[in-house]
Each structure stands twice: as structure tokens, then as C-alpha cells.
Design a protein around this ligand. Structure first.
Ligand code: 9G3
Length: 573
């Protein structure tokens, strides 16, 4: 491709509203342009990267016998009324009416569509298992689209759906898709962590989230520096071992006046004891208004998500101070597990359950109990004890392999075991081998393709611009003649272009009438993996080859060009 014919509008500066690297560089390098908030145009270079990512995905989907299809983006509201999701997905769901004033949505995901479609024609278990997928735009009316391609209102997704007659069939496909996703992300060249969903939810572990570590990520991921443990922060677990023997009271319960002490730090200060030896109590409430007191050691924060999953009574929210004062009779900072009102449920984190002779709020404002002993002072049973804490960086990872570190992560893929949630709602049933009707068992599998493109940039760009892995770069080689008016340079450039093209390389020739400095800066900005400069030494048949990622370079002749490129490329990988 001659660069003089390429639509690649680079910018000197980038708009101030571009906050993250990928947004800034993709704008600056002429890869994307905003059309409206949360919706971008993919210019030629970005489209080529998307094509390359999609080719890898198609190859891996083919390998697991997935059928590529394409279904409509405009979907009848009735379809989503059957699953109940028309009502539950509020403002994020694009809704509209057609010329007959009938209600439609723009598809944010397609479980219902594929379930209805396959359910209409698949009636026997003999036709299963089936795996279908599409690569298609999705529409979600995000309240705050931002960070360029990382959070948009229209984005490109590969979404796949599996249909099996039983759980075993789902488990087999789920495992195959897990491997296929690892292959895809490895081939794309993105650094990622796989997060196992909470096993408790539906028997076996019900999901895998693929997260790309990057400062622009919206999730916080806790991962171990040894082994492959990784989890979203709200689910992450450390390897705490409970003490076994019960603990005797050391001294009688004593009231301590703690006027104005509102925080653990202030209490630790007053008592000259570490926060780890104090009990911290927060009060939450369930959707039905039931109060739940949750106790952790003073050095840990309460993890409401873990408590919520433990109780399984829907969302838990922090109770407000007025309600707590009314129901428990004390303000925040003086709450504790001793003498709680009967109707307040008590959960105790296992680290706190192992405290003895400790200080806790007395449930009287400005007062604490000292020398608390669980056995003597609190009617605590084993089923009230669990893991209700947010882990710390440096904690031993659950399973004891390595220590936990935190990183921001970008969710680039997610696979789920769905069971019969959609097939039951939409009547997608097959006759099983005993002739009985059975809802098809489903799984769904997504990759955010446009987000993946941006995640690669977040991880691999440098101060000069984009740096593409060879597997997805828009072109393989940037061929940069310094001065095409010079006959030797023009001839050698043409020879190299035809040699490389014959070898199957995609070559971008910078034939523009620009100074060398501008050409080199633009080459660094758009980030092709290999640059070949044809300059003064063309007369001797010598060109310079530069690897974009490492900056490694070598001078070589036409005869050795392919070898030199290969050497530099392996040095890169
Ligand atoms: C909606 C809206 C936003 C949504 C969803 C539905 C996320 C929704 C989860 C999924 C699950 C899987 C198939 C591919 C893999 C992911 N945001 N999700 O269902 F109506 Cl507005 O999309 N879908």
C-alpha cells in the first residue's frame, strides 16, 4: 500500500478529553475518530487490526467446531419480555419503536436471539451439542462512555453460545472454550489473567473472566506472584488458617470510656495496641431492612460482596448512622458484637473470631468493652463465622502459593455456564434419550474485540506511539524511502516492496513527499513491527532494518534482508 493513498489523519496534539493512552494514541495516529459520544469510526489502520484479531478468533472458533452466524441487531421487545430482561435492563438498553409503532431494542447481547432461533429447529438431543457464534456490533447506552474504545455505547463483540443436552456436555465445551480463549489471547499477544468465577454460585465454577492488567482498567484484580491465582478484588481470598483451640477469658469484661473515639486508628492510639488486635464492626442492611453487624479485625476492611454472597439474601448496603443509632443505640465507632439487639444478625470474619482478650465497641456511644472473650461474651456459632474481609496486598494467596498483588484490569473476555436460564424462558427444549422434554443446557462466551484492540495499546504502547504485536499489526513492514527522487533509493525501494510482497508480507510504503524526520516519527507513531529505511547507502545496496518494539536495528543488503528481519523479529518476541 502506498502511504500517499492511505487515509491516516495523524494529529500533532490530541484533544484534552482523551485521558488514557489508548484513546490518545489511536486518535493521534489516525486509527479512530469519534462520531458521537461512545461511538467511534474505525479508520483504515484500525480496521486492519480488527480484521487480524477477528481472523485469529475465527481460526480458534473453527478449531472447536463453532458455527459462525450473524443475527439481527434490531430485536423485537417480545423476545426480551419472555426472558424478563426487557424490564430489568434499564437505561442501558436501547429501545425504540418502528413505523408501526412496535417496540424494538438494539441488541446488547444475544442469548435470547440464539436460544429462540435454535430452539425453533432443534428438537432432539441427537442434534446436540451445538456451538454457534457471531462477530457483531453490540449496543449499550452507557451512562458515562469514556476512555476511547474501552467503554463505548457501540462496540464489536464475538459472542458464542453453546447448546448441550446435559451438564457434562456443557462442561466439555466450556473447557474447550477456556482453552480457545487462552490460545486467542496468546496469539493476539495480550498479557492477561484468567479469573475463576465463584464456584459456589452454580456447583462447579461457573465463569472465567479474562482480564488484561493495565492502569486504565476499571476493575481491581488481586493476583498471586506465584501460581495462577487471580480474582476480582471483591472475591479475592487470602490463605488465613483458623486457630483450632477455644480461648479462655483472661479478665472480666470491663467498660472503657472512649469519648470522641470514632475510628479504629484513634482507638489503637488510645490503647497503644495494633489495629489487628481490635474488633471493627460495621452494620449493613438487606433489601428487606434486616440489620447485619459484620465484625473484622481492625486492620481489614469489611467486604460487603462476600457477606452478601454468604447470606444469599440479595444486595447488602451499608446502614445509615441514624438507623443504626435508633436500632442499636450507639453511633458508628462504638459498635461491637457484645450485647447486640436480638434482631441484629451477626457475622464475624474468621480473623476476628480468633481474637481473644480484645477491645470492641460497647454498643453505647463513647464506650468500649475490654477483655472480650467470644465464648463468654457472645453467643457465636460456627455458621456466623466466615471470610468477610477485603484482602491486602502482600497477603498469602489462597492455596498458599505466593503473595497477592493488586492491579487494574481491563475485562477482555468472559465465559459463563448459563444452564437453562434462557432455554426454560424461551421453551427451547429437546427430547432426551428417554423421550422426555428437557430444556437445553447453555453456555455463553464473549470477547470484546474493539476493547481488546485498545487493551493491547494500553499494555504495549511507548512514549513514541503505538507498538503492535506482529500477529495483529495493520501492516507487517513499514518501508520508508528517505527520498524517492533519488533513483537508487526509488529502485531499491521498489525491489524490496516486490520481494516482500512476493514473500506474503503486507508492506506499507511511505511514498509521501515529507522530510525523513516526519516519516520516522510517523512510523514510530503508527507502530508497525518492522521498519526498513532506504537512505543514502542505497547506492551500496544497504538498507537499515529497525524493530519497533525494541529499537534494535541492523544494516543489511537485499540478499540478507529476510534473514535480518527474522533475526530482529525473534529478538522482539
Ligand atoms: C443488557 C445490557 C447490558 C448487558 C447485558 C444485557 C452485560 C448483559 C452480560 C453479558 C453476558 C454474555 C454473551 C457473550 C458473553 C457475555 N451487559 N451483559 O447480558 F441488556 Cl443493556 O453480555 N453475553
Amino acid at each position: 500500500m502506498q502511504q500517499s493513498q492511505l487515509f491516516m489523519p495523524t494529529l500533532r496534539e490530541v484533544p484534552a478529553d482523551a485521558e488514557v493512552t489508548s484513546h490518545q494514541l489511536l486518535l493521534k495516529a489516525g486509527y479512530i475518530r469519534p462520531v458521537t459520544a461512545g461511538a467511534f469510526a474505525y479508520l483504515p489502520l484500525a480496521k486492519r487490526v480488527l480484521n487480524n484479531i477477528e481472523a485469529i478468533i475465527r481460526d480458534e472458533m473453527e478449531a472447536v467446531a463453532a458455527n459462525e452466524m450473524l443475527v439481527p441487531e434490531i430485536l423485537p421487545a417480545e423476545l426480551w419480555e419472555k426472558s424478563g430482561r426487557y424490564a430489568t435492563y434499564g437505561q442501558d438498553l436501547y429501545k425504540f419503536h418502528n413505523r408501526q409503532d412496535r417496540p424494538f431494542i438494539l441488541g446488547p447481547t444475544h442469548e435470547e436471539t440464539f436460544t429462540e432461533l435454535l430452539g425453533a429447529d432443534i428438537k432432539s438431543y441427537k442434534k446436540l451439542p451445538l456451538l454457534v457464534y457471531q462477530i457483531q456490533s453490540k449496543f449499550r447506552d452507557e451512562g458515562r462512555p469514556r476512555f476511547g474504545l474501552l467503554r463505548t455505547r457501540e462496540f464489536i463483540m464475538k459472542d458464542a453460545y453453546s447448546f448441550t443436552a446435559d451438564e457434562a456436555g456443557l462442561d466439555a465445551i466450556f473447557h474447550q472454550m477456556e482453552r480457545a480463549y487462552q490460545n486467542i489471547f496468546d496469539r493476539v499477544g495480550i498479557n492477561y489473567r484468567m479469573i475463576v468465577g465463584d464456584a459456589g454460585a452454580m456447583g462447579g465454577s461457573d465463569s472465567r473472566e479474562f482480564s488484561a492488567p493495565a492502569v486504565a482498567g476499571e476493575d481491581i484484580i488481586a493476583f498471586s506472584d506465584e501460581g495462577d491465582y487471580a480474582a476480582n478484588l471483591e472475591m479475592a481470598q487470602d490463605a488465613y488458617q483458623r486457630q483450632t483451640e477455644a480461648q479462655e477469658a483472661v479478665a472480666p469484661l470491663a467498660i472503657l470510656d472512649t469519648p470522641g473515639v470514632k475510628t479504629i486508628e484513634a482507638l489503637a492510639e488510645q490503647l497503644s495496641v495494633p489495629a489487628a488486635q481490635l474488633a471493627k464492626t460495621i452494620v449493613a442492611q438487606t433489601a428487606t431492612g434486616q440489620l447485619v453487624a459484620i465484625v473484622t479485625t481492625g486492620d481489614y476492611e469489611v467486604n460487603l460482596i462476600k457477606a452478601q454472597n454468604f447470606l444469599g439474601q440479595g444486595e447488602l448496603t451499608l446502614a445509615d448512622e441514624a438507623l443504626v443509632a435508633e436500632k442499636i443505640g450507639a453511633s458508628f465507632g462504638s459498635l461491637g458484637p457484645v450485647h447486640l439487639p436480638e434482631d441484629v444478625q451477626l457475622l464475624v470474619d474468621e480473623r476476628a473470631a480468633d481474637l481473644n482478650d480484645f477491645t470492641a465497641g460497647a454498643n453505647q456511644t463513647g464506650q468500649h468493652y475490654q477483655h472480650v472473650n467470644w465464648q463468654r461474651d457472645v453467643a457465636l456459632t460456627a455458621d456466623q463465622i466466615g471470610d468477610f474481609r477485603l484482602v491486602h496486598e502482600g497477603d498469602l494467596a489462597v492455596g498458599g502459593q505466593g503473595h497477592l498483588h493488586f492491579t487494574k484490569g481491563i475485562e477482555i473476555g468472559h465465559i459463563f455456564k448459563l444452564g437453562t436460564k434462557y432455554s426454560a424462558a424461551l421453551g427451547a427444549q429437546v427430547l432426551d434419550q428417554n423421550g422426555r422434554k428437557q430444556d437445553m443446557i447453555m453456555g455463553s462466551y464473549g470477547i470484546g474485540i474493539s476493547r481488546l484492540l485498545a487493551a493491547v495499546v494500553e499494555q504495549q504502547a511507548d512514549e513514541k506511539g503505538l507498538v503492535w504485536p506482529a500477529s495483529i499489526a495493520p501492516y507487517d513492514v513499514h518501508l520508508v524511502p528517505v527520498n524517492l527522487k533519488n533513483d537508487e533509493q526509488a529502485a531499491l525501494t521498489a525491489e524490496i516492496q516486490s520481494l516482500l510482497t512476493d514473500q506474503g508480507y503486507d508492506v506499507l510504503v511511505d511514498d509521501r513527499k515529507e522530510r525523513a524526520g516526519v516519516k520516522f516519527a510517523d512510523a514510530d507513531l503508527i507502530g508497525l513491527p518492522i521498519r526498513i529505511t532506504v537512505g543514502k547507502r542505497a547506492a551500496e545496496g544497504i538498507v537499515e532494518v529497525v524493530a519497533r518494539e525494541t529499537g534494535a536495528s541492523a544494516e543489511t543488503t537485499l540478499a540478507d534482508l529476510l534473514t535480518t528481519m527474522a533475526d530482529l523479529a525473534t529478538a522482539v518476541s
